[in-house]
Structure formats: C-alpha cells, structure tokens
Design a protein around this ligand. Structure first.
Ligand code: FAD
Length: 444
C-alpha cells in the first residue's frame, strides 16, 4: 500500500512518530508532501517565509526530493491522494486553533484515513488534566503534573535511503530564501539544529540557571526556532537533559515545560490566541497606536535597553527573553497600547514566532494572562538594563549610536553633558506613565 506523509512543522527524520507510521503503512511507497498553505501570507511574513524556504530546500536535499504544492490543504491533500492512490495520510497532530480547523476540514474532504501520530510536545496539549478532568490555570501545579506524566523515549531516526519515496510530478516553486532587510537568520534544518544543540549542551547548559537572564552574555540556547519548526523534538532534548545533574539542566527543563504549558492553555482556550485570557482587561482604557508605536517598532524610543531589544529583533528575527518582557511591558504600560499590537509585530518579525508562547508571553507581561504578574509590577526600562546588562555591552552591541558612550551612562544617555545627536531623547517619562498605567488599571 501507499502512504502519504504530509509534513508540516516537523521536517526531520529523527524521533518522528508520524513518519515512522507512514513508513510502516507505505510498503509500496511513501509520498513526502508539503503544502505551502494559502492561509499564511509568506510575502507579509517574510522572515518566517525565508526560513521556511531554507528548511524546505534542506529537507528536499536530505530525502532526495520533497513534493511541494501550493494552495488550500483541504483541496491539495485529497488531490495528491487521488493522483498517487495513497491509502492513508499521516501527520503530526497540530494544536493551534487554525491547525485543528484545517485538519478537521482535510479529514472531511478525504476518503482515506487521516492518521495523527505524536505532537510537537513531550506531552501532547490536552493531556495534563486535574482529577476532575479540567485544565490547570497556574503553571506550578501543572508543572508537577506534567513531570509526573513523564516523557516517552525518543524514537530511532528513519534512514531516508531505505524509504520507497514516491513523487507525483514537479514541485511548486519555493518562496524566496532571501531574508528581508538582510535579517541574519539562524541555520535551518535538522542537522544544523542537532549540531547546535549538542554544542550548546556541552558548553552552556550547566551554567544556564545563572546566565539565562543576562542578554549581554548571550548564552541561552536559541533552540526556540528549531522547536518552533519541529526540526528537533523536545523529547530528544529532555532525554539529553535527563543525563545531567546540574541546576542548569533542571532550569532548562522548566523552560521547555513553559512551552508545553502555553500550548496546553491555548488548546483549552483557543480564544486566548487573539483575545484576552482574563476578559476583564478588555475594558481597560488603551490608546490607539500612532507615532509612538512606530518608534517602538524601529527601536527609537530613547530608552537604550528597549531599543537594543527591538533592534535585535529587526536584525536577527530573535530577541532575548528578558528583552521580550521589557519591551512588551514598555508597549503596554508606558505607551498604553493593547498587547495585541505588539504581539502582532512579534509574530511578523520573529523567526521563532510561536502562537502559544508569543500570545501568552505577551499576556503574562500585560497582566491579563495565566499566572499573571501583578499589574502593578511595571518593568523599569532603565533599571532592567542596569541589572541585566550591567556594563551596557548588550546596548552597545545593538545601538551603534551609543557605542561611544562609556560606563553606566549608556543606560541614560540623556544625562550626558553632550548626548549623541543621532540618538532620540526618551519618548515618555517612565515615572509618570507608570502612574498612568496604574490609574487605568484601578479605573478598570
Ligand atoms: P532558552 O532560554 O534557551 O529556553 C529554551 C527553550 O525553552 C526555548 O527555546 C523555548 O522553547 C522555551 N522557553 C523558554 N522561555 C520560555 C517562555 N517564557 N515561554 C515559553 N517557552 C519558553 N518563545 C517562542 O518560542 N516564540 C515566541 O514567539 C515567543 N514570544 C514571546 C513573547 C514575549 C512577550 C515573551 C515574554 C516571551 C516569548 N517567548 C517566545 C518565550 C521566550 O522569550 C523564548 O522562547 C526564548 O527567548 C527563546 O530563546 P532561547 O531558545 O535561547 O531560550
């Protein structure tokens, strides 16, 4: 029989339950398919589009030909099934609201089974539940239950040279691999992901607990992009971490668990992808995005730590976690804009853009998410910089106008006798805006 393997965010050969199921079912042939889904406007999402194009080219090379088509999955997948005579379609389960809608439509349009095996998580969203069957709302008890659940062992890789691949004709052209504005993208693909992971594990994991909050050291794993695109499975990472006894390894497991927690929350509350998790916050008074929003996007707020983060995002499609928190707080509590505006910009520019992590990361900062940081805890854009980037190394790396400023003054260039002429003055008075944010919160 012939099996169709419909790849999505899982272009890898190792630890891949769905691919193994397809190979087991397709003794006469396995069709390796990728659908460039019309739902995603890859011209608008150019950073992600370029990374995806690189991933597709890499995987095409690894298996000696991936069949790529463009269109709507509920039309294209049944068409390829008819053309190849496939008896089953295999996928890794998707868990975003869109992925679930899409897969339901495809299953309905098919007259062969759509078989979902595995997920992009160690424990699939929707699995960790309280005794009464409902979902958790707070991380710590969820984390204990998740740990108790335990992850399975990674599966052995599939050897692509032993698979009877079948390709139905010519592929559609791939999107451009050129990143917009010369964004410096990370290496794409499974081989790069595993090499990067092993090197990081050897060099940094044991210091992760102490160093993870320091953007100047830049020693976090940068595995988010590989996890987002499924070129590595978290089970693989957890199995490696289990071999180590350091605090760093435990701290890293906990961060991986946050990713699983947010996916679980989104699964339980699909409306929280674009709406408020705590709905009361819909009623707060917000401003409309205008010139301030543009200054924030371009890293020209006049707050060096904030601007460094926003410029790293423009340059690399990635930002350190502490910066994501600081710039998000600035948007919501200094500029008084709704979190959704900032979250949308992140989704457009991040190469690791992940709906669950991003929307819930934003809502956590905005005070309207799970485990919400109390609203009155407003990040101080200068204090954060002084604490997390004590020498200003991170700021000087990303804000060239301030490279000539020595010492801690780099955190407050407006206090210099002669501030750099090409760097803007602070957009707002933080102390005042903090009070304004609290006033609006109280009024709500
Ligand atoms: P490491 O510190 O090396 O962490 C290892 C892995 O753990 C990460 O790759 C990630 O998968 C997971 N992780 C770490 N911290 C978090 C966290 N706070 N929440 C969820 N998972 C976490 N992460 C994304 O993957 N995509 C996003 O679009 C995204 N948007 C965010 C937006 C905001 C406002 C905030 C506050 C956080 C966001 N995060 C997002 C979470 C976090 O910032 C990134 O996962 C992390 O910075 C990625 O870098 P790293 O791989 O070097 O992280």
């Amino acid at each position: 029989s012939v099996a169709l393997m419909w790849f999505r965010a899982d272009l890898r050969l190792h630890d891949h339950p769905a691919l193994r199921a397809a190979v087991a079912a397709g003794s006469d042939g396995v069709v390796p398919l990728f659908v460039l889904d019309d739902h995603f406007d890859l011209d608008a999402l150019a950073v992600r589009g370029a990374h995806l194009a690189r991933l597709l080219a890499d995987f095409d090379d690894r298996i000696g030909g991936l069949h790529v088509v463009r269109g709507r999955p509920e039309v294209e997948v049944p068409r390829i099934v008819r053309e190849t005579g496939a008896d089953s379609v295999h996928v890794t389960a998707g868990h975003t609201p869109y992925a679930m809608r899409r897969d339901a439509k495809v299953a309905e349009a098919l007259d062969v089974p759509l078989v979902a095996s595995g997920s992009g998580y160690a424990v699939a969203p929707g699995t960790v539940r309280k005794g009464d069957g409902t979902g958790y709302k707070v991380f710590t008890p969820w984390f204990r239950a998740w740990q108790g659940h335990g992850a399975e062992r990674p599966l052995r890789p599939v050897d692509p040279t032993t698979v009877p691949w079948v390709r139905p004709g010519a592929s559609a052209p791939l999107p451009s691999t050129d990143a917009p504005d010369g964004v410096d993208l990370p290496a794409a693909g499974e081989v790069a992901a595993l090499e990067h992971w092993r090197a990081w594990l050897g060099d940094h994991v044991d210091d992760y607990a102490e160093e993870r909050d320091r953007p100047d050291l830049d020693t976090t794993s940068r595995m988010s992009v590989h996890l987002k695109w499924g070129t590595v499975h978290p089970r693989t990472l957890l199995a490696d971490l289990a071999q180590r006894s350091s605090d760093g390894a435990r701290a890293y497991e906990r961060q991986l668990a946050f990713r699983e927690f947010y996916a679980d929350i989104l699964h339980e509350r699909p409306d929280s992808a674009y709406g408020y998790y705590h709905r009361a916050y819909e009623r707060m008074q917000y401003d409309e995005p205008a010139g301030d929003f543009e200054a924030w996007k371009q890293g020209r707020t006049g707050f060096p730590f904030i601007d460094a983060g926003m410029r790293q995002l423009l340059a690399q499609g990635w930002m350190h976690n502490r910066l994501r928190m600081a710039v998000a707080s600035f948007l919501v509590k200094d500029l008084h804009l709704e979190w959704t505006h900032g979250a949308r910009w992140f989704l457009e520019r991040l190469v690791d853009a992940d709906l669950a992590n991003n929307q819930h990361g934003w809502q956590w900062v905005a005070g309207c998410g799970t485990d919400a940081a109390p609203y009155f805890r407003v990040f101080n854009p200068v204090g954060q910089g002084r604490r997390l980037d004590p020498d200003g190394t991170y700021i000087r790396r990303w804000v060239p106008e301030l490279r000539g400023v020595e010492g801690p003054k780099v955190h407050e260039p407006w206090t210099l006798d002669d501030p750099p002429a090409d760097y803007p003055p602070p957009l707002v008075d933080h102390a005042q805006e903090r009070l304004e944010a609290l006033r609006r919160h109280d009024a709500m």
